[in-house]
Write a protein that binds this ligand. Structure first.
Ligand code: GLP
Length: 237
């Protein structure tokens, strides 16, 4: 594991974007695993800038997002599809057909989960996976549980996740109770993993995830076993 200590959120975002840019420059056909939440917004901002300046070209890049709320239409302003279009896809020269998220409106959830796993396999897996971390140690929406769940699955969101994410909705009642998330296997099989975390409220869980016991009760702790994990954080851990 490589920990890069930075000054603040801005530097974290710049460094994360620079590593993603390097990945795209080295392999223009890269498959990027992408994340949502407030952590990666600055990273996407910087990627947009690098694309605008001609430093990176997204035209051959494929993206696979970690997760999507179950029940939200892609046009809903809190859906992760909407988030990705707004912060990245509509602002860079990516081919929209190469951008993928689970379908939150799928009628047959099991079939949708299988489709997503098949998709990840068909593009040859993920070259670089960007991750944030939830306050309870979740990655994507892999919530604390009694076991690590390998494949894409539908998950009931924990109370703490619903509370944390209610800040984006008009009221707590509007927060979807379920989500479809990529499983631990695709994340761990990514050839590189880049974890970003900032804000004092993430300090304890980040420490636990990186230096505590490896347990499905702290899903991010499995990243300790990843061969190419880079953590970028302004936190003193
Ligand atoms: C969300 C997402 C995660 C994200 C996490 C932290 O619920 N499903 O992928 O990493 O919570 O979000 P934030 O960066 O806003 O703290």
């Amino acid at each position: 594991m490589r920990i890069i200590n930075v000054k603040d959120y801005e530097e974290m975002s710049r460094k994360a974007a620079d590593l993603i840019a390097a990945q795209i420059i080295l392999n223009p056909k890269s498959v990027l695993g992408l994340a949502t939440g407030s952590s990666p917004i600055g990273t996407y901002e910087r990627l947009v800038e690098l694309n605008r300046n001609g430093v990176i070209d997204f035209s051959h890049v494929t993206t696979i997002n970690l997760d999507e709320y179950y029940g939200l239409d892609p046009t809903h302003d809190q859906s992760y599809r909407y988030f990705m279009n707004k912060h990245l896809f509509s602002r860079v020269n990516i081919n929209m057909a190469n951008t993928h998220l689970p379908d939150g409106k799928a009628k047959d959830i099991d079939a949708e989960c299988r489709r997503y796993d098949d998709l990840i396999e068909s593009v040859g897996g993920i070259d670089l996976q960007l991750l944030g971390i939830g306050h309870n140690g979740h990655i994507g929406f892999n919530e604390p549980s009694d076991e690590f769940i390998p494949g894409t699955h539908c998950v009931s969101l924990s109370e703490s996740t619903i509370n944390a994410n209610s800040r984006f909705f008009k009221s707590r009642d509007e927060v979807p109770r379920k989500a479809i998330t990529m499983g631990i296997k695709a994340i761990m099989q990514a050839r590189k993993v880049l974890l970003i975390a900032s804000g004092e409220d993430k300090k304890e869980i980040l420490k636990k995830a990186l230096f505590g016991p490896i347990t499905p009760q702290v899903p991010a702790s499995i990243l300790q076993l990843h061969k190419d994990l880079t953590v970028i954080t302004p936190l003193d851990i």
